[in-house]
Design a protein around this ligand. Structure first.
Ligand code: SF4
Length: 144
């Protein structure tokens, strides 16, 4: 079984209440070959919600307590992101998931690149919080 970012499967769970539909990902879910998951919503964030970026590092740094996730108003939402990441990991374990396909650049789901915390759409190397936790636990993380 594969885990996928829910927004890629057409679920309207992105920060703006929209989705990031990828028809191939949606087909995997429709064919019951993949499970959609939105870590931010599982962590208690609303739909729609404010934009968020990792400040001071990457998802790995957030896991280690060295960086925070802030919203565009400066509100600290790190706990929600950690809660969502743990919930996604639980799902991965429950369904013996070994591979996930995640939405690029997200502070939760980003793989390899995320925004730098300035809200100026500047990318830096690093993974989102959920991605970092899944990788730490041995799950292969791919990006669209
Ligand atoms: S947290 Fe992940 S699944 Fe949820 S909207 Fe953001 S990128 Fe999509």
């Amino acid at each position: 079984m594969i885990l996928v970012s829910a927004c890629l499967a057409g679920v309207n769970c992105a920060w703006d209440g929209k989705n990031k539909l990828n028809k191939e990902i949606k087909k995997l879910v429709d064919d019951k070959l993949a499970i959609p998951v939105c870590p931010e919503v599982l962590g208690g964030r609303s739909i729609p919600r404010t934009k968020t970026e990792i400040k001071g590092g990457s998802g790995k740094d957030v896991l280690n307590g060295r960086a925070k996730v802030l919203d565009e108003n400066g509100l600290d939402v790190t706990e929600e992101f950690l809660k969502g990441a743990r919930a996604a990991l639980e799902l991965a374990k429950k369904y013996s998931v070994t591979k996930v396909i995640l939405k690029s650049k997200s502070p939760s789901c980003g793989v390899d690149y995320i925004y730098d915390g300035s809200f100026n759409r500047k990318l830096v190397k690093g993974n989102g919080v959920t991605t970092a936790l899944l990788i730490k636990e041995g799950v292969q993380c791919l990006s669209t």
